[in-house]
Design a protein around this ligand. Structure first.
Ligand SMILES: Cc1cc2nc3c(=O)[nH]c(=O)nc-3n(C[C@H](O)[C@H](O)[C@H](O)COP(=O)(O)OP(=O)(O)OC[C@H]3O[C@@H](n4cnc5c(N)ncnc54)[C@H](O)[C@@H]3O)c2cc1C
Length: 402
């Protein structure tokens, strides 16, 4: 039976991908109550993936980053409060507190506060050191690129390597340092990591695995990054991309401030009545794994927003459960690298398709079932791979796709 206990007002904290998509999804389902989205950034809600891609290479103007125009949100009667941080909640009175002293009553609250760059133990007062999460970070880095900088990047994850790709495409001198001996392997598997690192080296990027920063030198601005083996790298800008942490501090003292993200059911509900959580901040139960997982992927944030909008409105009974098939992509040197599925310990990697120019599809499997697939420069394969993994296809049928 479908319930009809819709809240009169929904407050969403976090005015980025997950928050905005939740608001739009509520309206898409015909919800007529009040919807308020609160965000601490001043910029109109924007999409982050292009920041390290088309925005950094200056192919996209700032306006193209918007998740939805101000007119669209206004016409959907979404009340947008920007430039204000939520500082806490009173769960019993169902109120959210903002940094300007105002309180907002909610019937349902959606926590969509995302994640922030992990603090780097290497504190420095020098200018020219940047994280990479916001449009302001991207503008700072882009300006340095335009001045023709020597670029040092700490962290060879997706964001670090995307920035390296953008910098190399501008002809800059780029070095990427990573503490791991095999960077990117955790994200892309052995074959994918090796291919991406080779792609960088082919474009003149120096990747230094197994190295950490030992010192930062300069008068006021960063000039030299010193590594633990004594190497001194000239640097006009240092970009730190060493991972993120969920933004839960504003919820401290509540049951929502769990270790590693806001703990949620597989339907997006928290243990506190009327409170839900979506996107990079949320740690949802994944029934297939029997544990909670926090994802940091665009597609996951959008999917969770849709699931929570349905459940919050009581559109499914029992609540709609989300069984994610993780999907992530990165764009580097004009190549789309896409990965779908979840790695299983002990899986074997098989390259099932390769073109003359070294584009390929690799699958990770246990001899029978394919658990994860990676496509480098073969975007047309993705929908097929996604369907195959979602339906639990076996290795033979995946091979027969090519
Ligand atoms: C540079 C970059 C490139 C990326 N590229 C890809 C990619 O290629 N593919 C992919 O799958 N994913 C990519 N991602 C990840 C993807 O962008 C995230 O998964 C997505 O942004 C998550 O959205 P979110 O709304 O949950 O969180 P966020 O985008 O982190 O947004 C949370 C918002 O809440 C605000 N906030 C935090 N605390 C408060 C508070 N107390 N009060 C009010 N507001 C608050 C934050 O300032 C922020 O505006 C990339 C991320 C970055 C940074």
């Amino acid at each position: 039976m479908i319930q009809d206990n819709r809240p009169d007002d929904v407050v969403i904290v976090g005015a980025s991908l997950a928050g905005v998509r939740t608001a739009q999804s509520l309206r898409g389902h015909g919800y007529g109550g009040s919807v308020t989205v609160i965000g601490d950034e001043l910029e109109h809600p924007y999409d982050r993936p292009p920041l390290s891609k088309q925005f950094l290479t200056a192919e996209w103007p700032r306006a193209k980053l918007q998740l939805s125009s101000a007119d669209d949100l206004a016409s959907q009667h979404v009340n947008l409060i920007l430039g204000h941080r939520a500082t806490g909640i009173d769960a019993r009175e169902r109120q959210v507190f903002l940094d300007d002293g105002t309180r907002h009553r909610y019937g349902a609250l959606v926590v969509a506060t995302g994640a922030s760059p992990r603090r780097w133990p290497f504190e420095s007062q020098l200018s020219g050191i940047s994280n990479f999460r916001t449009i302001d970070d991207a503008l700072q880095v882009r300006a340095a690129f335009e001045r023709g900088a020597a670029v040092v990047i700490v962290g060879a994850g997706f964001i670090g390597t995307e920035i390296a790709s953008a910098a190399a495409q501008r002809g800059l001198d780029v070095t990427v340092v990573d503490v791991l001996d095999s960077p990117l392997e955790a994200q892309l598997g052995r074959v994918g990591a090796a291919a991406l690192i080779e792609l960088h080296r082919d474009h003149g990027v120096k990747i230094l695995p197994g190295r950490t920063v030992a010192g930062l030198h300069g008068a006021e601005h960063i000039e030299v990054v010193e590594l633990d083996d004594g190497t001194k790298l000239p640097a006009d800008i240092l970009i730190v991309g060493v991972g993120v942490e969920p933004n839960t501090r504003w919820l401290s003292g509540t049951a929502l401030d769990g270790v590693g993200g806001v703990p949620c059911s597989a339907a997006g509900a928290t243990a506190v009545p009327g409170i839900w959580s979506v996107g990079d901040v949320a740690r949802w139960m994944v029934p297939r794994l029997g544990r909670r997982v926090r994802f940091e992927h665009w597609t996951n944030a959008v999917e969770q927003a849709g699931v929570v909008a349905r459940n919050l409105l009581g559109l499914s009974a029992p609540e709609h459960i989300h069984e994610p098939v993780p999907y992530v992509w990165t764009d580097q040197y004009g190549q789309k690298i896409q990965q779908v599925g979840r790695r299983h310990d002990g899986d074997t990697t098989t390259v099932v398709y390769r073109t003359a120019d070294n584009h390929f599809v690799a699958v990770e499997h246990n001899g029978q079932h394919v658990n994860r697939a990676l496509a480098l420069g073969v975007p047309q394969a993705l929908p097929h791979l996604r369907r195959a993994i979602r339906s639990g296809a076996d290795l033979r049928s995946v091979i027969s796709l090519f």
